[in-house]
Unconditional design. Structure first.
Length: 104
């Protein structure tokens, strides 16, 4: 057997194993991230992320996602902003994929 051929074969095998290991690590991290994403962020986290002008109020242009879709319901004083108090008192959205259905 040619030594060059043997070295190339070992190198390819090593790279394949390394790639598989990295793929499994990436999948594991992705699954962990999905578990974390299923948790609702705190009000402080929402404001830290969305309150771009740091005035402790969320305007319609600052919010995104489900909060934007229910903005007018949460803005109970109709001033065009969501305060931390309004967000604390807002009805909690139902989780998708839970509740309602009967098990078979």
């Amino acid at each position: 057997m040619n030594i060059k051929f043997l070295l190339v074969t070992v190198a390819i095998a090593t790279m394949t194993i390394s790639c598989k290991s990295n793929e499994q690590t990436t999948q594991s991290r992705s699954q962990q991230g999905q578990g974390q994403r299923n948790q609702r962020p705190s009000i402080e986290e929402l404001f830290a992320e969305m309150d771009s002008n740091k005035d402790n109020l969320l305007s319609k242009s600052e919010v995104k996602g489900p909060l934007a879709e229910t903005f007018s319901e949460i803005d109970t004083d109709d001033d065009g902003f969501i305060s931390k108090t309004e967000l604390e008192n807002a009805p909690k959205p139902e989780r998708q994929g839970q509740g309602g259905g009967q098990r078979r």
